[in-house]
Design a protein around this ligand. Sequence first.
Ligand code: NAD
Length: 300
Amino acid sequence: MTTANIIDGKAAAARVLAQVKTDVAALRERGVAPCLAVILVGQDPASQVYVRNKVLRAEECAIVSIEHKLGAHTTQADLLGLIHTLNADPAVHGILLQLPLPRHIEEIAALEAISPLKDVDGFHSENIGGLSQGRDVLAPCTPTGCMQLLRDTLGDLRGLHAVVVGRSNIVGKPMAALLLRADCTVTVLHSHSQNPAALCRQADIVVAAVGRPRMIDAAWLKPGAVVIDVGINRIQDGDRTRLVGDVDFDSALPVVRAITPVPGGVGPMTIALLMQNTLTAAQRQALTDPQPEAPCLSIS
Ligand code: NAD
């Protein structure tokens, strides 16, 4: 079987990270050490793994990372207090609040407390609004990574019909905004869409972000479509669990021009784009802040 039409997300992420490393070194020569503060509330095992991976990746890029591990019973006021401290610390350039939060904390209130300039996840309403207006703001990492994979595969996206399956705030909606900004014709499908397979079959580009294992098979795809599978679903396979996407990879592969695998597709790009956003935040703050060399504040 040819692997020519499998999009290698690990290789693409390695290219992004290599460039970030080079640019971080240049910034450090100017006396600015890019710094990412990562806040984890509670002991969710998956979140702990995600945070560890982000911190490791930051270290590889020579980005300073500071973990703030807060107990599951941390109050909203205490969390907001930490965020305000980090907002005011000139040595911290990026703030990442790992989701999900414990139920007693309002997610929107916490995300809105993060300074838009340090909002490396791109979830603040100011950044979301800026993205919709086509401004050059910090945009969410997963959809930005998907755009990079699409550009690597297709070059100019202008005029192509893109179908985004899923309309979440962190993937589907910003994905649609980025595709629109790239002059695609964009259709967004969601849980109430009628006849989704027929709509999806019209697409030159399909971005699947639903969270349903292998929901999209060959019958949903136009021959020659490029498919970006954002879904990460854990399924039972005999006595093992394994990860699959929202797309039925085996049935899609012979039909499509190119497709991302799960794992090894979008996932590595998400974390690479987080490093890119941290670098961008540091570069922008360095332009406006003449003395960013104070040590990072750690109060975990
Ligand atoms: P979500 O649950 O917030 O949103 C799912 C969306 O799918 C909703 O908008 C819903 O309307 C839509 N949907 C549900 N059923 C549908 C159906 N039958 N037809 C069409 N649309 C339907 O999920 P999310 O946070 O956007 O994540 C989606 C998937 O992407 C999950 O598997 C998640 O784990 C994965 N994810 C991966 C990365 C990565 O880095 N690779 C990052 C974020 C999310």
